[in-house]
Design a protein around this ligand. Structure first.
Ligand code: SF4
Length: 915
């Protein structure tokens, strides 16, 4: 969407900008002056100023109550569902304005941006005019600061505007897709398809062609029941693996009429896949349906019923303004995806992230066909669209959940490509976990009984949702009553406070109080980790504790039994439907039966977890008790169970019913000194659990790492010396002129380093952003980093994997130390089962390889990978691609190399640490 060419004018409003480098004020007449933090705060408290990203400016000024006319809110109103990097430069680009040269020019730019946005509202071809006037009336009533400024610019429409819920289109129901045909894909056909996708005249890449041919194997007809084709395909960066597997996938979908699922771990790759898939499929088929669909977990999408509640008084204050802006977005959104879709990631942080979450369907409270918006529901639309799609782009968690408890068998994935396959283990670990914690239990209580008294909204408990069933079917009604009564044993509002005061109420709270007491009694962390989570093995527990657990298990069984009875009654009603049960009612009961079986499974898993306490340990599982804390504040308490090898349930639930599965990644195997460790990769794929021998493929990256990258191991920054660590980061960022991605293993150290160096760097024109410090979501932080070659970014695990920043913006990755695994109870058990220190080493090499992978994203990229660790074990060096020079050196020497860039990968590299 192009911004209309409008004259760049100005608005006579005061403006304020604050960064780590300083603060600037612009008066209503347009004169700009540098100001102290105190002056800036006084001015903003006195008169609403134009600002950009209020929470960030507030952090910079140390004034959390800052408010004003935030340009981002205005942008979200004028251009809903449109992307904008939330920085002065990003806003300038989005509005086609000249980039401000420095901080002093920003207030002036903000005035021009406001003028441009206001002028857009007056322009004939404002694409988002529909609904704007009505939304503005509501926003005026909510005293949104922009409302008064905007009102003269948004004309009242001639005809009354339809409200959102009648404007959204209904989804169409279509018949079931027939099962896919059994087809054989020849290599020539696959390579022909690959040629079409890469385009006429594109350079033929041998590695990619071989990879595509091997990927084609998973689409062959299955030879034996429960024995899918499994391929483990390692593909170095730059192979072109996405098109490599999309070539056979698109060919198979076309010839067989079936659906291929591609599953990713990061949203970034989903975005990339969406764009690459457009080479193989049109946006729409002739009948209007979409051949490629992005499908996410339901907790990602806007729930229209929740939004309606929020618009009608369920939200108050700032959250109510957010609801209005979300409603604007919903009318223009491509798919209603609020988390990583086209809703700007920064919108939640401007208001309250929690408010965004409460507009989604977090806990499966959907009432399906009982909902007035069912036929327009984004979630239902996505689910139906994926049933008809040739390609479904999803994430690992969703594919597993869908395979484990998908509503519709016909929709379960049978041909699956797990890209970013090195994350499948972790995703399976969470999917097949059981956790009986206060938070989980209170959610179950709300689902059964409805929200507690005093809470707003139209959510209802089981009794209200199934009132018609209860009045028609006596046994069903009695089961609902019994479940409601038994659910009183679950924790209620304020449970964590009661536990702290040792006044638990009900069987489950009493158990959680015992968990808390045991966890604190056994805590060995001392003052070292004060304020962070504590955990202890579920072993050697006293008789009293075991008795408590048994009573709690009994209380849970008393909830589960009537839920099972209710499920049977619902089943009976579906088989022999009463006259009054129309199509909508039927869909609602099917929905209820589906969510019932999910709860019944959860309760059964909790009971099994409790039932084993006090008995002999089951070698298949790892059980522990925990108190979750954040800066000394407790937020959850409970018992946990994980599979020692989560690939076992994965193999049974995902692999066995499938026909073809491929796991692919640049780091699928551990890199040992003598080459890739395939036996461990096979064991970790889950295939041996169903007695399948996977095929293996390895496509080596075409990048010339040896001359484009260096690994620098800095040996004179002492471990534990924060001042030296911070100093080292600052000097590296200065030497490289920004473009540094700093990776930390502890949030505490990250914050301490950022706090010490951010101001100093900003004064030199080197902005430093940080996860866990800046009030900005991770995706937006990466967007900001990508957009500004002088910016640097500090972060933790999520950045080690999810950052894809080709080009000049990322030219140096710095790790503060060797990324040792966290010594948790779960890790200890897996380490013991996996070969002790060799297990740790393989995890660390995997992390190093992933982090290194951020550096070189394209053939032209170059850069340095720095580890600040005096004692970096040589056995970990095989994590880096063969041939990359590895040099142990002092910080001063490293700075010289950073300043010189990678062109100095030259004859002086004789000190390669591998030798
Ligand atoms: S059908 Fe369910 S998820 Fe969709 S809008 Fe209604 S309650 Fe929300």
């Amino acid at each position: 969407m192009a911004t209309p060419a409008l004259p760049i004018e100005d608005v006579p409003l005061p403006a304020l900008h604050a960064s780590h480098a300083g603060s600037w004020l612009c008066g209503p007449e347009g004169s700009v002056k540098a100001a102290s933090k105190g002056e800036a705060v006084m001015a903003a408290a006195d008169t609403p100023h134009l600002i950009l990203n209020a929470p960030l400016v507030a952090t910079r000024l140390g004034y959390p109550d800052l408010s004003g006319l935030d340009l981002l809110e205005l942008f979200a109103f004028v251009h809903p569902a449109r992307f904008c990097v939330p920085t002065p430069k990003g806003l300038a680009h989005a509005l086609d304005l000249p980039e401000p040269e420095d901080g002093a020019e920003v207030p002036g730019m903000l005035r021009k941006a406001a003028a441009r946005l206001l002028a857009t509202c007056e322009s004939e071809d404002w694409a988002a005019r529909e609904g704007a006037w009505s939304a503005l009336q509501s926003l005026s009533r909510l005293r949104w600061p922009w409302a008064a400024v905007l009102s003269p610019h948004v004309a009242r429409p001639e005809r009354a505007e339809k409200w959102l819920f009648s404007r959204l289109p209904e989804w169409e129901d279509s018949g079931e897709r027939p099962p896919p045909g059994q087809v054989l894909l020849g290599e020539t056909a696959i390579l022909g398809q690959l040629g079409r996708l890469t385009g006429e005249g594109a350079e033929q890449r041998e590695g990619q062609r071989a990879y595509a041919g091997q990927a084609g194997n998973i689409f062959a007809p299955r030879e034996k029941r429960d024995k899918p084709h499994v391929l483990l395909a390692q593909a170095g960066t730059g192979i072109g693996k996405t098109l490599g597997y999309l070539a056979p996938a698109s060919l198979w979908a076309e010839k067989s009429g079936g659906t291929v699922w591609v599953s990713t771990y990061t949203k970034n790759l989903q975005r990339q896949l969406r764009s690459e898939a457009s080479r193989a499929w049109p946006d729409r088929r002739p009948d209007g349906s979409r051949p490629v669909v992005v499908r996410k977990g339901r907790e990602n999408y806007l729930c229209l019923l929740n939004l309606e509640d929020a618009l009608q008084g369920g939200f108050g204050g700032r959250a109510a303004v957010l609801a209005q802006l979300v409603a604007r977005w919903a009318a223009y959104s491509q798919d209603g995806d609020m988390i990583g879709g086209d809703l700007p990631g920064w919108l939640g942080t401007l208001f309250r992230q929690r408010a965004i979450r409460s507009l989604t369907d977090q806990r499966g409270e959907c009432i399906y066909a009982g909902c007035p918006h069912y036929r327009k529901c984004f979630i239902e639309r996505a689910s139906r669209a994926s049933a008809q799609a040739d390609l479904v782009i999803a994430n690992h968690a969703l594919v597993m959940v869908n395979a484990a408890r998908g509503r519709d068998h016909a929709q379960r994935p049978t041909r699956i490509v797990f890209d970013e396959g090195h994350h499948v283990f972790d995703a399976a670990d969470s999917t097949f976990a059981a956790a009986l914690t206060g938070q989980e239990a209170i959610e179950l209580k709300r689902w059964i009984l409805g929200p507690e008294r005093g809470s707003k909204g139209r959510r209802r408990g089981l009794a209200a949702r199934l009132a018609d069933v209860a009045s028609y079917d006596e046994a069903g009604g009695a089961a609902i009553d019994a479940a409601c009564e038994a659910a009183q044993a679950l924790p209620g509002e304020g449970w964590i406070g009661r536990l702290a005061e040792n006044e638990p109420s009900g069987e489950i709270e009493r158990l959680l109080a015992a968990v808390r007491a045991v966890a604190y009694a056994r805590d060995e962390s001392g003052a070292l980790d004060a304020g962070y989570g504590i955990e202890t093995e579920a072993a050697g527990l006293e008789g009293d504790f075991v008795e408590r657990a048994q009573m709690a298990a009994q209380a849970l069984a008393e909830i589960r039994t009537p839920l099972i009875k209710l499920g049977v009654r619902l089943e009976a009603m579906l088989e022999d439907p009463p006259d009054w049960l129309d199509g909508q009612g039927r869909a609602r009961i099917e929905g209820a039966r589906f969510s019932l079986s999910w709860r019944i499974d959860t309760l059964a898993a909790w009971e099994a977890l409790l039932g084993r306490l006090g008995g002999p340990a089951d070698p298949e599982f790892v059980d522990w008790l925990s108190v979750e804390r954040n800066e000394s504040r407790e937020f959850d308490i409970g018992l946990h169970r994980r599979f020692l090898d989560p690939m076992k349930p994965f193999a049974r639930v995902v692999l066995e019913p499938a026909h073809g599965v491929m796991l692919t990644s640049a780091t699928l195997t551990d890199r040992l000194e003598d080459g890739p460790d395939w036996p461990s990769a096979v064991a970790k794929s889950g295939a041996p659990h169903i007695e399948v021998q996977p095929k293996l493929a390895d496509a080596i990256s075409p990048f010339d790492y040896a001359s484009r990258a260096q690994v620098l191991i800095v040996t004179d920054v002492k471990k534990g010396d924060l001042a030296s660590l911070a100093g080292a980061y600052a000097r590296i960022i200065e030497a490289s002129g920004g473009g540094v991605l700093g990776l930390f293993t502890a949030i505490r150290r990250l914050r301490a380093v950022h706090g010490r160096i951010a101001d100093r760097l900003a004064r030199e024109g080197l902005p430093l952003f940080a996860q866990h410090v800046d009030p900005i979501d991770t995706g937006t932080l990466v967007d900001i980093f990508r957009d500004d070659p002088r910016a640097s970014l500090l972060g933790t695990d999520a950045l080690r994997d999810g950052v894809d920043v080709p080009g000049h913006s990322l030219r140096c990755v710095v790790m503060e130390q060797v990324p040792w695994p966290k010594p948790s109870i779960l890790h200890r058990a897996r380490r013991a089962a996996g070969g002790g220190s060799a297990y740790d080493d393989s995890i660390i090499r995997g992390r190093l390889a992933q982090a290194f992978g951020r550096l070189i994203r394209s053939r032209e990229d170059s850069g340095q990978f720095i580890v600040l660790s005096p004692a970096f074990p040589s056995r970990l060096l095989s994590a880096f691609p063969p041939g990359v020079p590895v040099i142990r050196l002092t910080l001063d020497e490293a700075l010289q190399r950073v300043a010189a860039g990678v062109s100095c990968a030259d004859t002086t590299l004789k000190e390669d640490a591998r030798e």
